[in-house]
Design a protein around this ligand. Structure first.
Ligand code: ZN
Ligand code: ZN
Length: 599
């Protein structure tokens, strides 16, 4: 190859680098996926300054011959592999080929590789091979990428802060570790271990290594299948949630994908079990015939198209909802142990907190105190035993009749006209009476909206309400719908309506305000009005309006009544806004708090 031709090629690589290599994370992704393709069972990723100074990936895979090692950095050589075998497209993590030469063109790369017999060392600077010699015979590959974008300053400017770079690498490595529980992943930044999975093939263990034992303790195993899809994985109880979507992970045939429809389906399945602006941790494996999916071939994208998306979404949503509805979901208040100091973990936790801050993911900032979290595990042995217990517990999915999920509990008294203290043999329960009443009302209204009862009540004095003209237009479009709910509503002069009769289920004594608020709900539904959307918003609004306020003393009998009604709810554990209605202190925890037993 002539010198000019090589220069052209380097230029082409640099241009391609703009598309393929966007950030440090794309380099990590490329190198890690090469290691996976090389059948590695251990992959160590070491970063200096979040990868901006150096990214080193060490694997114990099959390694490369001297010829392959030099060819790997040439565009045409690698793209040839792609045409060779169609199966490659489906079975590997995506076909690349352009990426390695592109990375090499904008950095300084050292490749040490060996098939176990003869080792090869290749050094490349800005895309030019400057050294090829015999190296160590240790089987596997070590790829080091230094000073990314050093020769393309414009690109370098695009790199975000060190924390943002690290955050997206961590996010990627977490996901790839989850999709390969059988591979041991170690992620290190500036000498700090951020992730260390055990590679035992146990998905739940990988989840523990990433999110901690406390999250695993609050997970449910889920399974489901239809004619085309098989789905299984783990989902958190609704009390565990985070401020971003990074914990919702879907794998399709072992490959991490990021699909908006699936994420929305997962999150919607938790609706009213948790606050809407918080997201669960969910890891789902989806197995499907490859002919039913269309993998986006762009190497930096992870999206996928499903040919029977609706089926898949309803499968997932049924699976999650069934799992949640079959459980007792009372947040258990665990008493914190004093925090132990030990070496490796706190650094990781510190980093996580730091990352959380950067990513705005500290769930407990500007918010009420956390309910969960019992961070500590003293020794690995304890952790292992505890993990076994948890593993056994997690896989059990007990289905109970709605009325049996909330245990039998008996009120003892009321605090500040707000919290009902209850007891049974297991311990103490505290119910937020407003939240509980809201839930009861909400389910009552949802039933009512589903089958509007006949009849309406005429107002003695019809109400007229004026609206801004754009709101009036929205409202007028829904007159017919409102009439099916037994509102007698008509246009009355410019931008005004008159309501002469209303359905029977409006709160007594607050009819007028309720009518105004309901019409506001119609307007708030906006242009994409749907009955579901209206029902949901109206039921939530009315349920809050109609609930007993905090600071209101109710009698013991009324408390018993409330608990009974709550027991009959489909989801007795959360108010329609997703807040808990009830929390639990076990006898054990109470004893611990009062130092009654030898803790
Ligand atoms: Zn409320
Ligand atoms: Zn609420």
């Amino acid at each position: 190859m002539s010198h000019i031709k090589i220069m052209d090629e380097i230029l082409a690589n640099k241009i391609a680098a703009g598309e393929v290599v966007e950030r440090c994370a794309s380099v990590v992704k490329e190198l890690v996926e090469n290691s996976i393709d090389a059948q590695a069972t251990e992959i160590k990723i070491e970063l200096v300054e979040s990868g901006t100074k150096e990214i080193k990936v060490t694997d114990n895979g099959i390694g490369m011959s001297r010829e392959d090692a030099t060819l790997a950095f040439q565009r045409h050589a690698t793209s040839k592999i792609i045409d060779e075998d169609d199966l490659f497209h489906i079975n590997t993590l995506g076909f690349r080929g352009e990426a390695l030469p592109s990375i090499a063109s904008v950095s300084e790369v050292t490749l040490k590789t060996s098939t176990g017999e003869l080792g090869t060392l290749v050094e490349i600077d800005g895309g030019k091979i400057i050294k090829v010699e015999t190296g160590d015979a240790r089987k596997g590959t070590i790829m080091t990428v230094r000073n990314l974008f050093y020769n393309t300053p414009a690109r370098l400017k695009h790199m975000k802060s060190l924390y943002t770079e690290l955050a997206s690498i961590t996010d990627y490595v977490n996901k790839i570790a989850l999709s390969h529980p059988d591979i041991k992943f170690v992620l290190v930044n500036n000498g700090n271990v951020l992730l260390n999975t055990d590679g035992s093939g146990n998905l739940l263990k990988t989840i523990r290594d990433i999110y901690g034992l406390d999250v695993v303790k609050k997970m449910i195993e889920v399974k489901g299948e239809d004619n085309d899809y098989t789905v299984n994985g783990y989902i958190t109880l609704p009390e565990v949630h985070r401020s971003n979507r990074n914990g919702m992970i879907t794998l399709v045939n072992g490959r991490v994908v990021r699909n908006l429809d699936l994420n929305r389906t997962i999150n919607d399945s938790y609706h009213s079990f948790k606050p809407d602006n918080r997201y669960p941790i969910v890891v789902l494996n989806i197995d499907v015939d490859p002919s039913l999916i269309d993998v986006n071939i762009h190497p930096t994208k992870m999206d996928i198209k499903f040919s029977k998306l609706e089926e898949l979404c309803s499968l997932i949503s049924n699976m999650i909802q069934t799992a949640l509805k079959g459980r007792t979901l009372i947040p258990h208040i665990e008493v914190r142990e004093p925090i132990f100091t030990y070496t490796d973990k706190p650094r990781y936790q510190e980093m996580q907190l730091e990352l959380d801050r950067v990513l705005n993911d500290n769930p407990y900032q500007n918010e009420e105190a956390p309910i969960v979290v019992n961070e500590d595990l003293t020794s690995d042995e304890n952790a292992e035993t505890l993990f076994k217990e948890i593993e056994e517990e997690v896989t059990k999915l007990e289905f109970k009749e709605p009325e049996k999920r909330l245990p039998e509990i008996y009120p003892v008294g009321l605090v500040h006209g707000t919290y009902i203290i209850c007891q049974n043999q297991e311990g103490m329960y505290i119910i937020d009476q407003h939240a509980a009443k809201e839930r009861i009302n909400y389910e009552m209204y949802m039933r009512e909206f589903g089958h509007p009862s006949e009849g309406s009540i005429a107002l003695l004095f019809p109400i007229t309400i004026e609206f801004p003209s754009n709101d009036f237009i929205l409202l007028k479009e829904q007159f017919a719908f409102l009439r099916t709910l037994h509102f007698d509503i008509e246009e009355f002069g410019i931008n005004s309506v008159i309501v002469k009769a209303h359905p029977t289920w409006l709160p007594k004594g607050q009819e007028e305000e309720a009518i105004r608020r309901l019409l506001e709900v119609v307007v708030a539904c906006g242009n994409d009005f749907s009955i579901e959307k209206f029902n949901e918003a109206a039921a939530t609004m009315l349920s809050c309006k109609m609930a007993i306020k905090a600071n209101m003393n109710i009698t013991m009998e009324e408390m018993e009544h409330l608990i009974n009604d709550l027991r009959k709810c489909k989801n007795p554990f959360n108010c329609p806004h997703g807040r808990p209605t009830i929390i639990f202190y076990s006898n054990y925890d109470l004893e611990k708090l009062f130092k009654r037993s030898g803790f």
